[in-house]
Design a protein around this ligand. Structure first.
Ligand code: GSF
Length: 205
């Protein structure tokens, strides 16, 4: 089994953390997805990472499908609850954290365009989305040790990957750590886990 990934991708980090928490061995293949023709296309028509290639050649994407597969592949450290209501709550957290990331990536891509081609309205829309998302996550976490059900789960992993990337890339030049101290504290706590500390985002060489 091999994971096509990059050290900067927050969605790939989610999968790498799940692999580590569940003690599943997996080869990591760093790939650059910026060129139109990239090595991921042969496995995933969307050309996106993370993509997990199983030993029989089956490719799994996207990160949400991969983490579900991995959580069921081993009983060690269950990260997605079995109970439907709990599972839905955890997956909603994941959808929210991933959604904030999606908006952050769009804002970042926009900021990398030539100044004359950038749309302020488009960027502002993404920033507002990120802000509302962080606001909600901050509110939902208030007074809790973990995102859902009093225990560490995929929800915390998704939140941590989102916050880690926001701190790393700073889309929109917003200082998220200062704006949401509760979230910043939670990220510090998550970083005490080896699975998080070992996967902190790094810009690819
Ligand atoms: C998002 C993957 C994604 O956008 C998931 O796996 O959860 N919903 C998907 N990956 C980016 C890399 S990154 O910024 O994490 C990607 O592969 N982009 C390539 C492109 O051409 O958009």
């Amino acid at each position: 089994m091999k994971l096509l990934a990059s050290t900067a991708s927050p969605y790939a980090r989610k999968v790498r953390i799940v692999l580590a928490e569940k003690k599943i061995e997996c080869e990591l293949q760093p790939v650059d997805v910026s060129p139109v023709d990239n090595p991921v296309n042969a496995h995933n028509p969307l050309g996106k990472i993370p993509t997990l290639v199983l030993d029989d050649g089956t490719a799994l994407y996207d990160s949400r499908v991969i983490v579900e597969f991995l959580d069921n592949a081993s009983p060690i450290s269950r990260l997605i609850p079995e109970d439907v209501r709990d599972r839905v709550a955890v997956r909603r957290w994941e959808a929210l954290a991933d959604g904030v990331l999606d908006a952050g990536l769009l804002a970042r891509y926009e900021s990398l365009r030539d100044k004359r081609e950038r749309s302020k309205d488009w960027s502002d829309k993404q920033l507002a989305r990120m802000r509302r998302g962080c606001e909600q996550m901050s509110k939902d976490l208030e007074g809790r040790a973990w995102c859902h059900g009093g225990r560490y789960s995929l929800a915390d992993i998704a939140l941590g990957c989102c916050l880690g990337w926001l701190g790393f890339r700073q889309p929109g030049d917003v200082n998220w750590h200062a704006a949401y101290p509760g979230l910043a504290r939670q990220y510090q706590k998550l970083m005490e886990r080896p699975a998080f500390a070992d996967t902190a985002p790094i810009a690819p060489k």
